[in-house]
Structures are given as structure tokens and as C-alpha cells.
Design a protein. Structure first.
Length: 108
């Protein structure tokens, strides 16, 4: 009789674990979506400073990333543009400096 009781208990446990495993996939997917949403919001206020090159045609070289916590993006945009202007107006500078919204990436 104890074997039968143990078997019933094992079946219930297996059913419970099976149900939990089935519930894990949607939960993991939901957590992934929430994480991606927050990641997109976190990068919405980021600005990156780039420069051209006198040697490499069509170069787009990373100079700096402005990613202070800034819900409006104004602080990071403004600091990026100030930095671009300061770099651009140094004596003898032949490269171009510009800002783009978002984190650094190789190509636009």
C-alpha cells in the first residue's frame, strides 16, 4: 500500500513540475520583452559623438558617448553638440565632428 501511495505522490509531483515547466516559457518570454523595453528606453536619451578621417574615406569614428541618466535627452544632446563644436573649432582641425542619437554602432 505504501508503494501505491508513493506512486500517487510521485505522479502528482511530476504533474506539478510539468505544469511549472510549461509556465516557465511564457514567463521567460515576458521577462525578455520587459527587459528589451527598458533597454530601448535606456538608450532613448543617449547621444554619440563621431568624427570623420582625413585618411579613411567615409569614416565614422567613435569619439564619445553621452549617456547620463536624462529622461528628456536634452542634457546628453546638448553636451554632445557642445563637445562637437569645441572639437570642430580647434585650430588646424580638418575632420568633421557630429552627434547622432543612440549608442555607438559601426554603420548608420
Amino acid at each position: 500500500m505504501s508503494k501505491r501511495g508513493d506512486s500517487g505522490s510521485a505522479d502528482a509531483s511530476a504533474t506539478l513540475h510539468g505544469n511549472m515547466r510549461r509556465a516557465e516559457a511564457p514567463m521567460k518570454f515576458l521577462l525578455l520583452l520587459v527587459g528589451l523595453s527598458f533597454s530601448a528606453l535606456a538608450h532613448a536619451d543617449v547621444f554619440t559623438l563621431y568624427r570623420s578621417s582625413r585618411v579613411l574615406e567615409n569614416a565614422r569614428l567613435h569619439v564619445a558617448t553621452f549617456d547620463a541618466k536624462d529622461p528628456t535627452g536634452e542634457y546628453n544632446r546638448s553636451n554632445c553638440e557642445i563637445a562637437a563644436d569645441l572639437f570642430q573649432h580647434q585650430d588646424g582641425v580638418k575632420t568633421r565632428f557630429w552627434c547622432e542619437k543612440g549608442s555607438f554602432h559601426e554603420q548608420p
